[in-house]
Design a binder for this molecule. Structure first.
Ligand code: KIV
Length: 311
């Protein structure tokens, strides 16, 4: 048995992505070490082979197949409708593109809410059928029993507290959480309960910077922030937000690093024009008969052409 898995040792990947600049495989202990060393953890979502591969080749530490895909890939107006089978399909696609980063899959709404047994059964599918290395669940103290059961079943767990999109109806919209001292204390208690239950990491979403900084300082597991200020142990963004592929104004915490929508509009518009004006494809973009076959074809055409009768 090889005790030191090398890059590319994950199952389910078909063609090997090109090597990233740093070759070691990111693991939960290596992310824990980053917290100790105060080295920021860099995380992003990705949902398909091509984008996961580019994210992985960019040396991102953690790739999350987030249930945000319900909105940015499937066009729903919340994360609630996406199913376990749909999440598995996207996780398998991302798995084939990710070699170095830690691959985490989101448990969708309904897959762990009815019972702990359901939660464990569904979580195991993400590891067995899709190659995820951890699952993410939303909620605080109400998930402690589930976290214990998942850890018992050797399923690493990433918790997610604060603005939890699966609670959109209870919250009355996507609202910043933990905005009073008592709400902040509540969040800290949630975070500590999840850590004590065995969670490996916590996503802190949509909470005041000061609250996230306090939780981060109180925990020994890493915190990954999104709309939670710079003191978290790492940051995550939705790839489509970062690239401007969301068709909606960006939230306050989003920084747009590119405008892929504009690039796609320009490229597709140029293609449309080139086809319409017959400038695509050109001769160099066309296949050709070998010269001998071309001569024969021209001869055949001449032979078949109606002969002009001499007057
Ligand atoms: O679904 C998702 O993409 C997430 C991140 C925003 C953390 O949960």
């Amino acid at each position: 048995m090889n005790l030191t898995p090398s890059q590319g040792a994950q199952s389910g990947a078909s063609s090997p992505p090109t090597a990233s600049t740093t070759s070691f495989k990111v693991t939960l202990p290596s992310l824990q070490e980053k917290k100790r060393a105060r080295t920021p953890i860099v995380a992003l979502t990705a949902y398909d082979y091509a984008s996961a591969r580019i994210v992985d080749e960019s040396d991102i530490d953690l790739v999350l197949v987030g249930d945000s895909l319900a909105m940015v890939m499937l066009g729903y107006d919340s994360t609630l409708p996406v199913t376990v089978d749909e999440m598995l399909l996207f996780t398998r696609a991302a798995r084939r593109g990710v070699r170095r980063a830690l691959l985490v899959a989101d448990m969708p709404y309904g897959s762990y809410h009815a019972s702990v047994g359901d939660g464990v059964t569904n979580a195991l599918r993400f590891l067995k059928e899709a190659g995820a290395e951890a699952v993410k669940i939303e909620g605080g103290r109400n998930r402690v029993e589930l976290v214990h059961a998942l850890v018992d079943a050797e399923v690493p767990v990433v918790g997610h507290i604060g603005l939890t999109p699966q609670s959109v109806h209870r919250m009355g919209g996507y609202r910043v959480q933990g905005k009073s001292v008592s709400a902040a204390e509540h969040l800290l208690e949630d975070a500590q309960a999840l850590e004590a239950a065995g969670a490996s990491m916590l996503v802190l979403e949509g909470i005041p910077r000061e609250v996230a900084a306090h939780i981060t300082a109180e925990l020994s597991i890493p915190t990954i922030g999104i709309g939670a200020g710079p003191e978290c142990d790492g940051q995550i963004l939705v790839l489509h937000d970062l690239l401007n592929l969301t068709f909606a104004p960006a939230a306050k915490f989003v920084r747009r690093y590119g405008d892929v929508a504009a690039q796609m509009h320009a490229a597709i518009g140029q293609y449309r024009q080139d086809v319409a004006t017959r400038t695509f494809p050109n001769d160099a973009e066309s296949y050709h008969l070998p010269q001998g076959e071309r001569d024969r074809m021209e001869q055949n055409a001449r032979d078949l052409a109606p002969k002009h009768k001499k007057a």
